[in-house]
Ligand binder design. Structure first.
Ligand SMILES: [Zn+2]
Ligand SMILES: [Zn+2]
Length: 365
């Protein structure tokens, strides 16, 4: 069997620090996650010191490498005044608290930034949602409470499509361990500045525009510099792989959100000359790459349409996942992404969802 060529996102972290756009340095921090070999940490220098984007995983090892990379660029770690986090995944936010402890840096995120194990919703987020939910709960209770009040889905709840229970036990364990150990290990970053879409922020001697791009996560943030025509794209648009779109999230249709967010950055494509992703090398054609990622997901939607039509009977998420993903890729992540696609088709009126005791089944309408 021939081995698949290594994708650029999988390359091991190189030690070189290179200028990838005017005044933007790229450092690579080592990570070892499925399909990923490094996280790009971008550095923007100014008269006060430096801002860094996505400081990699938590822990001393990353901090040591980050310190070396910055030193190679002539920047002591204590001069880092701002850490921007593109989204709430550990290979992006993990180092933030560690850097803040050393330098007192501000931590900048999108307003919706929240972690799986946050015990509270982030401030200023979804207050209306919360109030609405509370009213619904109250009403359900007042109506005799025969039905259990509708409850907000928490990240550690079992997946709605049923299955092994693996995510439930894992997430529950994570939640418990998080409350005891993670704050110290992760130095869980508490954002000091939360950006809304279209807010501007001065970094590296110029203005950057916040571009909220939910889909991969609800809190995903890209930064666009119209002066030098640079887009920091995080995991939203990667050069050769497609980011995971999980169905087990707050939004009822994360795939739809992702499509909208791809349209949003593609519309800026003509104003962007270089895209700086969180994994892999810089690239130029933002609109083309965003389109290619959409085409990939549209292909999966078509495959699900065909498969459910051919089966002609209700099928579980896990079974349908077998038609979308290779045997090697099967598991919770594949099921979750399949679920996101199925829900997209259901909400478009193309599939019907049957709620069985042990999870959901889908059938063509
Ligand atoms: Zn991510
Ligand atoms: Zn990532």
């Amino acid at each position: 069997m021939t081995e698949r060529p290594r994708r650029q996102e999988q390359e091991r972290a190189g030690s070189e620090v290179t200028e990838v756009a005017p005044g933007v340095l790229r450092c690579q921090l080592p990570i070892d996650m499925p399909g990923l070999g490094h996280t790009n940490c971008y550095v923007l220098e100014d008269e006060r010191g430096a801002a860094i984007i996505d400081p990699g995983l938590p822990g001393k090892a990353t901090l040591t490498v980050l310190r070396q990379r910055l030193a190679a660029a002539g920047i002591p770690l204590r001069r880092v005044h701002t850490v921007v986090i593109t989204h709430s995944h550990p290979d992006h936010f993990g180092g933030a608290g560690w850097v803040r402890r050393e330098s007192g840096a501000e931590i900048v995120t999108h307003r919706r930034f929240s972690l799986l194990w946050d015990r509270f919703d982030p401030p200023d987020v979804d207050v209306e949602d919360l109030e609405q939910q509370q009213q619904l709960d109250d009403r359900a209770t007042a109506n005799g409470g025969s039905q259990r009040p509708a409850r907000r889905r928490r990240p550690w709840d079992p997946p709605p499509w049923g299955g092994s229970g693996y995510p439930f036990s894992l997430r529950r364990r994570m939640q418990m361990r998080a409350s005891r150990h993670f704050p110290r290990f992760f130095r869980t970053p508490t954002p000091t500045i939360r950006l809304d879409d279209a807010d501007t922020m001065s970094l590296g001697r110029r203005e950057w525009i916040a571009v909220h791009t939910p889909g991969h996560t609800d809190d995903h943030l890209c930064l666009f510099d119209p002066t030098e025509r640079v887009m920091l794209s995080g995991d939203h648009v990667l050069p050769t792989i497609t980011p995971h779109i999980g169905g087990f999230v707050r939004s009822p249709d994360p795939l739809d959100q992702f499509f909208d967010s791809l349209d949003k950055v593609a519309a800026l494509g003509a104003d962007v000359s270089v895209v700086l992703p969180a994994h892999g090398h810089p690239f130029e054609d933002l609109a083309g790459r965003a389109k290619a990622i959409q085409v990939h997901h549209l292909g999966r939607l078509d495959l699900l349409r065909r498969t459910t039509a051919e089966l002609g009977r209700p099928a579980r998420v896990q079974e349908l996942s077998g038609h979308l993903f290779s045997a090697r890729a099967q598991g919770h992540m594949a099921d979750s992404e399949t679920f996101a696609h199925l829900e997209h088709l259901r909400l478009a009126g193309e599939l019907e969802r049957l709620e069985r005791d042990d999870g959901y089944e889908y059938v063509a309408r």
